[in-house]
Design a protein around this ligand. Structure first.
Ligand code: FES
Length: 113
């Protein structure tokens, strides 16, 4: 469907957790963190605004607890639902990508040209 890019299925993301999803692009691609809270999903670039490191402690494994995700590098902490910096050495939030859960439970980036 135009304007959408499927990332994964809702059941691929543990409730209260996160997965990494690689995304191809004309510039070589990037990785998104897809987080889930029930039927709500959120996606952010897997790049910490503190020092540019990926947030996972091993590839694809993230520290998520009580609605917050913590960068494994130096402990910056972000709100799952907004990406805002809520603790640690970050000054800015995570770069968000708009995603939706479709009727068939696919998780898609919306607004893709
Ligand atoms: S790079 Fe994430 S806290 Fe430093």
């Amino acid at each position: 469907m135009d304007g959408q890019r499927i990332l994964c299925r809702l059941d691929d993301v543990p409730d209260g957790g996160a997965i990494a999803v690689p995304v191809d692009s004309a510039t070589g691609g990037f990785e998104l963190i897809v987080l889930r809270a029930g039927r709500r999903v959120f996606a952010y670039h897997n790049e910490c605004p503190h020092a540019g490191r990926a947030l996972d402690y091993v590839p694809g494994r993230f520290l998520v607890k009580d609605g917050r995700i913590t960068c494994a590098a130096h402990g910056a902490t972000f709100a799952v639902d907004t990406g805002a910096c809520v603790g640690g050495p970050c000054r800015n939030g995570l770069l968000a990508v708009p995603v939706s859960v479709l009727a068939d439970d696919a998780v898609a980036v919306v607004g893709v040209p």
